[in-house]
Design a protein around this ligand. Structure first.
Ligand SMILES: [Zn+2]
Length: 113
């Protein structure tokens, strides 16, 4: 399962960071997940809760910020949101495949004690 590997990576980053800060426990992990990342949010949440058991992150709250995908149009020099998998710029009608966000899957912040 793709999400299990991601959960293990995310947990490793979180535990490293907690250790560096001298924290005893992780209370909350906040993730940013793009709608085109291919990550199933609920599966990732479950995997993360599972791998966090018996670690300082056990029972941590998991918050997810979804990111709506956006492309950059070279004609208009603007970013536009990709709606319903349409990569057509709403201003000029050009097709842009220059994806600027929407594929990310990052740990963006944590709360520790
Ligand atoms: Zn355009």
């Amino acid at each position: 399962m793709h999400e299990l590997g991601l959960a293990q990576e995310t947990l490793a980053i979180a535990l490293d960071e907690a250790r560096r800060q001298g924290a005893r426990r992780i209370l909350c992990m906040r993730l940013r997940i793009g709608d085109l990342s291919g990550v199933v949010v609920e599966a990732l949440r479950f995997a993360l809760e599972t791998v966090a058991e018996n670690t300082p992150a056990a029972g941590a709250r998991i918050e997810v910020d979804r990111v709506v995908p956006a492309c950059y149009c070279n004609q208009c020099r603007c970013e536009f949101e990709v709606q319903a998998h349409s990569y057509i710029c709403p201003r000029c009608g050009d097709i842009s495949l220059d994806l600027r966000r929407g594929r990310e899957m990052d740990l963006i912040s944590m709360e520790v004690v």
